[in-house]
Write a protein that binds this ligand. Structure first.
Ligand code: SAH
Length: 220
């Protein structure tokens, strides 16, 4: 089957599932996921699964990307922080839907590869930075949405502080299996909605897991 028919099939599956907004589906239809996965996984780029990338990390399952991006409720004016650049795929999806993205990654090699890929694909509204994203990236704050693509032990409050009023923090929280939380910054304080269960690689950092004892197995 050709790449484009595999992609069409995945989009049909995601449309039937119903959890993604039309604009998020449109972004998924236009970003070439095969450019973000290692050569040996390219034939599987449009399966609805997480895949391994370099440095023992993963590119998330498309359904999870759709779910998390939809939860951000982006507009073309939104400014977004992504924590956990990985391959750069999620950053590319965000970049299609908002004004600009800062994406932070703790592993320099992954950040540099992702930045190169995004540049080659013509993205000009993503800034890739290296650092401990559990503390956010105050230099670019405030953000209308912050999306964390690694699992945190608890809500990383430094990120909440970097939201605009009404801004949304989307983050998987928990040990082993996480729950996808969406925390909205309101005048009366944080409002938390609990979403689906998920399994992400650990968020390692000062407001995440300690480097020495990361939790259970990385999957999505
Ligand atoms: N969003 C990525 C998938 C991310 S996998 C994609 O679309 O491909 C999670 C990533 O989070 C890994 O690359 C990992 O190195 C990174 N990470 C873990 N803890 C981090 C931290 N404190 N700051 C920044 N990145 C972190």
């Amino acid at each position: 089957m050709s790449t484009s028919s595999r992609r069409d099939q995945l989009l049909t599956e995601l449309r039937a599932w119903g959890g993604a907004s039309p604009s998020v589906l449109e972004a998924l239809a236009t970003v070439p996921r095969e450019r973000f996965v290692p050569p040996e996984s390219q034939s599987r780029a449009y399966e609805n699964i997480a895949l391994s990338i370099d440095a023992g990390q993963t590119i998330s399952q498309p359904r999870m990307v759709a779910e998390m991006t939809t939860a951000c409720r982006l507009t073309p004016q939104s400014r977004v922080l992504e924590v956990g650049t990985g391959s750069g795929y999620q950053a590319a999806i965000l970049a299609r839907l908002c004004h600009d993205v800062v994406s932070i990654e703790r592993i320099p090699e992954l950040s540099h590869q992702a930045a190169r890929r995004l540049r080659e694909l013509g993205f000009t509204n993503v800034q890739c930075v290296v650092g401990d994203g559990s503390l956010g990236w105050p230099a670019g704050a405030p953000y209308d949405a912050i999306l964390v693509t690694a699992g945190a032990p608890e809500i990383p409050w430094p990120l909440y502080e970097q939201l605009t009023p009404g801004g949304r923090l989307v983050v998987p929280v928990g040990a082993g299996t996480q729950s996808l939380l969406t925390i909205t910054r309101t005048a009366s304080g944080p409002q938390t909605e609990t979403g689906i269960g998920c399994v992400f690689v650990p968020l390692v950092g000062q407001a995440g897991w300690p480097e020495s004892s990361p939790p259970a197995p990385p999957k999505s």
